[in-house]
Each structure stands twice: as C-alpha cells, then as structure tokens.
Design a protein around this ligand. Sequence first.
Ligand code: NOJ
Length: 865
Amino acid sequence: PLDGQSPPWYPTPKGGADPAWEESYKKAAELVAQMTLVEKVNVTTGTGWSMDMCVGNNGAVPRLGFPQLCLQDGPLGIRFADNITAFPAGITVGATWNKELMYQRGKAHGKEARLKGVNVLLGPAMGPFGRMPAGGRNWEGFGSDPVLQGIAAAQTIKGIQDEGVMATAKHYVANEQEHFRQAWEWGIPNAISSNIDDRTLHEIYVWPFADSVRAGVTSVMCSYNQVNSSYACQNSKLLNGILKDELGFQGFVQSDWLAQRAGVASAEAGLDMTMPGDGLRWAKGDSLWGAELTRSVLNGSVLVERLDDMVTRIVASWYQVGQDKWENEGPNFSSWTNDRIGKLHEGSPSDETTGVVNQHINVQGEGKDFHGNLVRQIAAEGTVMVKNEGDLLPLSRKGRKDGQAVAGQTKYRVGVFGEDARLPRDGINKCPDQSCNEGTLASGWGSGAVDYPYLIEPMSAIRSAFDNGSVFVTDWLENKLPKQKEIVQDQDLCIVFVNSDAGEGYLKWEDVRGDRNDLELQKGGNELIKDVAAGCGKGNGDVVVVVHTVGPVILEKFIETPNVKAVLIANLPGQESGNAIVDVLFGDVNPSGRLPFTIAKKEADYGPGSKVKYFPTPGDGLAPQQNFSEGLYVDYRYFDKQSIAPRYEFGYGLSYSKFELSSLDVRSKTKKTPLPASRPSGLAPPTYSTEIPDAKSALFPEGFHKVEKYIYPWLDSTSGVNPPKTPASQPQSPLSDAGGGPGGNPDLYTPVVTVGVSISNMGPVDGSSVVQVYITFPQNYTDPETGEPVDFPVRVLRGFEKVFVAAQKQKDGKGGEGKDIEFELTRKDLSYWDVRRQNWVMPTTGEFGIEVGFSSRDLRLKGTW
Ligand code: NOJ
C-alpha cells in the first residue's frame, strides 16, 4: 500500500557471500585488516567537490598502495574531458535492440575511461525508467520497459568492466523526475518522495538493477529522492534489504552528489561511499562522514564492522575488475580546466598549488577501432523509421529512383529545412553540459552529456551524399521559412529536421527546467513541417521528417499529411549524427531501430501519473509526494490495459524489407511450481574485529598541512569522543527467500520454457529485424492461498533478439533465407512479486500466453504454456 512508510531492514548484509567474488574479497579483507581507522574512513569519503581532478574522488591509502579513485560521468562518454567520444545516448542504444552493440558501446566507453585514468564510470543509467514521458533524464537510460533496460544495462556493464573499469548502476531508485528531486535546487525543505508499492518496485523499477547485479556491477548509485518517505541513500529497506540481501549485491553503494542526507543513518542503512564528500552543501569543507564518521565509530554509533564492510566492498570491487594491476594510476585530465597546467585543488579558495593537469590523451581509438565508427553504427541502428508511404525511402543518390530527371528540369531538386540540420552557430560546446537546444540535437543536457570532439551535422552529410551531377540541393537551415516561397516550392523532395530536448534539473534551457513541459516538438517544429509540406513542390513534393528527440513526441499535427511520406525518429545520435542519418536515408543501412517507448496520439493518453503535476505550495508540508498509483501500468502496459490506441506502439519500427515468422515451438523444461527452490546460503563473509581503536590514533598528524575546504578523515581533538561500555547490538531482519545469489535466488534464473521461432526475409533487401517475445499471465487468476484475484498487465516483454537475415528471394517467390531463434524464459520471467509471501510466485493454474512478433502490438505467433 502507498502508506508513505518504508519498513526498516538491519543490519547491512556483509559483502563476500558470492563465490564469483571470493578471490577479490579474500585479498580485500587482507588489505583492509592492515588499515587504521582513519585510512578506512578515507576510502569511504570523497575529498569534496572540485578538490581533485574528477567529479568524485575518494581518499587513498598510500601506505598500502590503495589509490585515490577517480569517479567520472557519465553514461554516454567521459564528461569534462577532451579527445573522447560522444557516444549515442542510452535511449538510442535502447532503440537498436542490439545486444552486441550495447556491449560494444560499453566496452569502447570503458576503454576510454581506462585510458583517461577513470576508475569508476558513473553509468549506465537505468532510472529514470520513463514513468513520465516528459521526464528530463529518460534519455540517459534505455527505454520504458524493465527487460529492455535490464538487458541493455547488463550488456553495458559487462562491456565497461571487461575493460577493467568499475561501472555504476544508477539512479537507485525511482528518481523519475527532475522537479523536486532534491531540496536545494527547488527551494523546498526536503526532496520529493516517490511512493511506490512493493510489487511495482520489484516488477518495474528494481528489475534492471537486479540484472545489473547479475552482470557483476561493482557500484550502485543511490538517488536524490526519497522512496516511501525515506531518502534513497539512507533507506534501509532499499539498500540493506533489497539491494544487498535480496539481490546479493557485492559491490559498494555510492551516493549521488550530495544525496546523502544523514551520517549515521546512511551508514547503517547500507551506504558505503559518500560523494563528492561534502555534507549538506557544496564545497564548504564539512562532511557528514570524513571526520564525523571517524567520530561515530569511536563513539560506537557506527560499528567497526560496518565500516570494515564498507571499505572491503570498495576494495573488493577494485580487485574484482583487476585495477590492482593498473600501472599508470590517476586521471590524466582535469574536470575543471582545459589548460595543460592548472590548479591541483580547484575548489579550495586558498590553495594555489598547480601542476600538469591535462595530458590531452586521445582515447578515441584508431583505424578500424576508431570509436566514431561504432557511434555511426549505433546511431543508424537506433534510428526508428515509423512511416514510409509508397516506399519513398531509401532515397537514390541520383535523386529519382530510376535516376531520371523530371521532364523540363535538368536536375532533381532537394531542399533541406530546419535548424536541426545544421551546427549550432556559436560552436558545438558552447552551453555548459550541452544545456541548450541550438542547431542539431545529438544529446540531452546535464551530467550525462559530454563535450563533442566533433559533430557531423545532417546538412553537410546529406549534401555530400547526393550525386551533384543529377541532384541540386538547397538548404534553409532555420525554423521559419523566408518570404520567398520558391525555396520550398521549387523542390521535388523536402527533408525537414525538427527536435525536442530535455536534461538534468540543475540547468535549464528557456522554460524547460530539466523535465519537458509538454511532448511537442520544440522551436516551432510543427509549424515548420506544416509550411514545408504545404509548399514543397507546390504541394506535390515528397516530404521526409527527421526527429531528434530525448523521448516521445506527439506527431499528430503532421503524421497524416499526405505528402509527409516518411518519418524517422532518430533519437540522440551522438557525434556521427549526419553520417548515421545518411546511412538510413540512402539505404546503406536498412532501418532496424524499434521504439523503446510508446508514441501516443495525445499526451493525456499516457495516463494520469505521467505528468509532473505536483507543485508544492507553502501548505504542503515537508516534502512533495509523488504517488506511483498507476502501479505496473506504465507506457505500453497502460495503453494495453486501457485499450488506448497509440500512434506508434512500444517495439514498433519499419524496415526496407519484409520479415515473416513461423514455426513457433514452446517447450516446457520443468513442471510449474509456485516458488523457487530454497535460498542457498552462499559463502561466509569475512569476519571483522569489533574493537574500537584508540581515539588518539585519529588525530591529525603533527604539522599536517591542510588544504582549505578539503575533506579529511582526521579529528582536530578527541573531545566529545566517548566509547560505549558495551557494544550496541542489533536485531537481524529476516533474510529474503528471494535472495541467495547475484540478482536474487539463483533458481529465479532457471530456464523453464524454451521458445523457438523461425524468421525469414521475404523482402527485396538484406536486413535485421527485432524479434520480441511477450507473455501474458493466466486469465482470471486467483492466489490459491488467499483466493484473491491477482491483476496482471495485458502483456509484458520478456525477451528479444536482433537477427540479420539476408534477402534470398527464391524463384518461386516464396521466401528468403530462414533463421531459427531460441529464447529461454526463466522462472522469474513467469512469476509475479507476491507481496504477502515476499517472493516471486509462478501461477500454477491456468495458461500463460507466449506471443512472438515485431512489436508490442504486432504479435504474429501465439502459443501457450
Ligand atoms: C548528479 C547526477 O544526478 C548524477 O547522475 C551524476 O553522476 C552526479 N551528479 C555527478 O556528476
């Protein structure tokens, strides 16, 4: 129930139970055993905002060879650095539905991080999930479905960590909007509380984090908001209970920047590292941990073994990805200047020490490993073709498909329109963290954006793609057409570029303060399309619309205009934007992107919970409340439940070819049983001393030179330190039956059903298609124990595979090459979270439906289990 209460869960489960981490924990426990109290505290606490080179830096233990860790944004590239790659955003990666590309992007990103000396990458983002289609940061994640988010996150994490860099699953959890995400940005006493029922939490918002833990993620970032009236970074149910007990997370929890709101409470609730180290304010030199954590341990308020577990989790993660073998330690760039020489402690008002802070190392890869190639491939595959009347696309480089010029005209004439086709006038990196919508849109804004190394705009790429011998290209790269109508009227074909931007809430562009205010195209996009369509070829010209966007946009004002024949949702393509769109427009790449969200006919169709509508007023009390009362019914789950026809459904997208599915084969591997096998016990975690050290060992070393405002673990004096007579004892919350392995009870991941299908390409060209598997739960199901009905979404995605199929039209015209695909559905896939039993329960009466198709509403084959 949404009673605004988060139940307590104590104490923090110790890391070290997972056999896959055994070696790392052994080494970590040995190292930590040699650390003094202040050395341990140093590892847990950031040194303060902008005090060192990265956006986050903790303290080192030089005596034992444990380095300072560099934590750097973000999910689509290395922030505040040069000679890096601006990859496509998460939403574009989600739209590829290509697991291999998801992995490759993670790997290339991880490699860049390693070469820049970044230990911990602050990504991938898998929350926000997209509860609100206008949510400012939805584009950092992979789309509005937990399975799509979970698979994309897991692939990204494996890619990053295979390069030896720690990945961060963020933001845990339910950080669904920018408005009121934290108190200080919005002038309110407390951050918003996302109030979620237990089942929705498990089946939607936590799901991708479970997949991330299963993929071995070494860090999780807790979010700014409260969940059920308890701050996410001190919510014991979320951190101790769900993340560390139920999901078996072995790495460390770091706070979002200043998301820690209490010292002792957060330590006990399961926070392991505070970032950037500052307390309730930026760069003021005080911390909720640092010296305060030292004092809390000396006072017995935080147990020594909790501190030991925090540090061991961090050190074990470092071993787990092999960073003990790194040679050139430390970042070779500064987040605070592009100059070669700069301040070593930028944030300190009085410290003037300088040194070489930027080595400008080029990490973009070379030759065939140039990461730009991958960017181009992802951006092209992440472009979703939603309309293509009369097969207008692909275009011919010669203009007409037959290469013939129009009678009376020597050349085929193409006009390109809209500011989104050109570069921004004042440079590609003018606005801080890309916080403006100027020129072509290739990224959203905020900490999840980077400086472009270069940006290929659509216009120049299109111009060079056409054969200038037979095509005459004109452009008007503004959103308002000129008075002279000829520029539109003289064209045979018009290509219009429009967009919609959003970002993180600490920055705003015009009146968009992170979250969008609506789902319309920005900067007069609808008007532009209308004017171009009306004028193009005096109304007879063909129009292609390309939309660069952070998420769903309403297309109704032009989608049915007869000469608007083709529409491409190109998402946020990154630095190779122009090349990627050309690849699709001209058919070098057959479109295979699929929508990672639903595009509605009108905003209200997303449901009552979909809008940022809570504006606190003075009478509202301590914190804005956001009730997730729609529960499981987000995105397509809502449309399906309410029988609302979307414009384009989740999973939808067209191809230049035509695919068919056949031979559905549903095979049962086991009998249906309601509950997973009982929880395995796992390894015994390291044991830690409970002895409180002597307070004098925590005093600043004599003659120590302090950098002003820098966060240190030492105490100025031992006054106020009173060790307890008897150590505090805590009751043990019951362990979850759903736990016992990475991502939960290992039996949850046992395959129970195999689904086989065959796909063939019946169309004219080679191409890839995305085969999607959805399940329906048994109809009219009642819980056998309580006799109460259980409500289920109409259908839910449970797997997908992108397959390349060559066109091999047979002489008899019957078919192309067929390919067999197999999906395995696990126990978890076929279970729901039972709040009463606190476990995943598989319905054993009635039948599951197993549907396979090309979108959430184009389900060609149906079977049962
Ligand atoms: C706040 C953002 O919410 C988070 O995603 C980011 O990693 C940190 N700032 C650090 O920049």
